[in-house]
Design a binder for this molecule. Sequence first.
Ligand code: GLN
Length: 280
Amino acid sequence: MTLRQAIDDASLHIARRDAELLLAHLLQQPRAFLLAHPEAPLPSALQATFKTLIARRAAHEPLQYITGNQEFYGLDFHVDPAVLIPRPETEHLVEAILLWATQFHDEHTLQIADVGTGSGAIAIALATHLAGAHFYATDISTAALEVARHNARTHGRENRIEFLHCDLLEGLNERFAQGLRLDAVLSNPPYVPADDAATMQPEVVHHEPHTALFAGADGLNIYRRLIPAAHAALRSQGLLVLEIGYGQRDAIANLLTGWHNVRFLDDYQGLPRAALAQRP
Ligand code: GLN
C-alpha cells in the first residue's frame, strides 16, 4: 500500500486533512512529505498502527490528543487529556498582555500570574516574549501541572515560571502576606454553562477535561471567585485579563463593577472573548 492509498482509504472514515496529519505523525515527517512521496510504500506494521489511529479519530478523539501536540502562538505544546487543547482565540489574551507590557521597558520585573494554566501555553508564550517577567502558573490539577512543567522545560522557560498546585491564587497567600503584589493576573478559566454539554462537539465534551470547561449553571462560578481574588492580589493599576464565553460580556462587566478601564476584545469571529480591567 502506498501513502496515497493509505490516505484515500482513511478519508472514507475521517477528514482527509486529519488522515494526512495522522500519517505524517506516524511517519514522524512533516505533512508535505506525503505530498512529495505519494507513491512511497507504507510498511504493513505501520498500516496496522495507522488503522488504530484512524479508528480513534473516527470515535471523535481530538486529533491533538492522538498526536500529542498543538501549536499555540507559534510554539509547539505537548497536550494530553489532562489539559484543554489551546485554542486560537486564547492568543488574544497573550497579545493583550504583550501590548500592555510594552509600557514598562526593562526597569521592572513584571510579576504575572496565569490562573488555571493547563498546558502552560499562555504563561510559556508570554515568557518567550517578555524576557524580564516572572510568572506564577497555578492549576488545581496535578496532572495538568505535569504537562505544563514539561512544556516549560521544552521551551527553556522553567526558570521564570513557578508552578503552583492550588485553587486560583491561593498558593501565593503566604507571599501576599509578605507584601507581594502582582502586575497582572490572567486566566482562561472554565466558563461553559453546565447545560451546554448537551450541544457541544463530542471531541470537546467526551475528551477534554470537564474541570477546565464547565463552571456551574451560568458558567460564571470561577469568575465570581477569581475576580475578587485578583483584586486582592494585584497592585494598584494592575491588569486583569480574562477569557470569557459566548454571551457573558454583560455579566462579566457587572462582576467588574468598581474596576477601571473595563474593556472587551473581540475574537476572530467578532464576538467578545477577552475582558480587560485595571484594579483601582
Ligand atoms: N472555548 C472553549 C470551548 O468552547 C472552552 C474554554 C474554556 O472553558 N476556558 O470549548
